[in-house]
Design a protein around this ligand. Sequence first.
Ligand SMILES: [Mn+2]
Length: 329
Amino acid sequence: MASIINQKLDGFYQQFLGEHHVVILINADPDAIGSAMAVKRLLWRKAASITIAHVNTIKRQDNLAMIRRLNIRLVPFSKIEIASFDRIVMVDSQPVHHELFTSIHPHVIIDHHPQSDIEATYMDIRPNYGATASILTEYLKAAKIKPSTKLATALYYGIKTDTSNFERQTIIEDVRAFQYLFKQANVQLAKKIDQSEMRPRYLKHFKNAIENKRFKKGWMFSHLGKVGSPDVCVMVADFFMRVDDVNWTVVSGIHGNKFIVIFRSDGLRRNAGKIACDSLGQFGSAGGHRNMARAEISLSDLKDQVNPENEKKVLNWIISRISQRRGGR
Ligand SMILES: [Mn+2]
């Protein structure tokens, strides 16, 4: 009597013939990339060719570092001719998730997002899983394939990011997959990928942030002026949260024609999303969750309130907006 996972593995393999040209479609993030690599490994020597195509523009530094350091070959979706493939596999995604996917009819879908109204010859959708990489790890085990260091590291990193180090939706199966991969993965390399978001050119913003910070009753404020990427504000905000006694950080910067404000909180007191909305929502878009929030105001709208060139005044303006809101009620 074959186990469920062995039946699934058989069902999966039945979709492919040796002469098939296979494309694996992803919306690239660590979980999707690791899962696609696992599918490619499962089909090794079982298909004529296997291509991994990504539909999104990959911008996040850790994703780029993962691709570079693990030497993963990906092709942009716009560069492939979908009709030239005999089999389409979609992992960590479903056709409704991306507008360029909506006209696609995959033969195989393996995913952990809630099931949408889809049909595929072979589907394995498990919304209770924290990561698709955990599902694919079970396939590899069932196929008795010991993952290479690169593949194990990719899957390991995929589970780590999708579960946010097991702080988010996780089940025992994710933990089992993680434990299994841990023995094969290069944990140091995964750590290096994870920390690659920091660019050398960001360091000067940290210097400014520390020099210009304002700390008051658990609140840390800093305005960074012009930044090359809004990510810098996020990194500085996260960095300040590491300081003992800091319960809230509010870090702002100007990127292009936008004024961006990042909120972080320990989540124990008030809701960061609500504070962002109450204090800045009337000037632009603002929102978020208990622990994190973000506001974006166009520079022209900001100019009506404060001179964006005067960094000190911008910081004072932010502080006064937020103190009004948090003190007021
Ligand atoms: Mn995922």
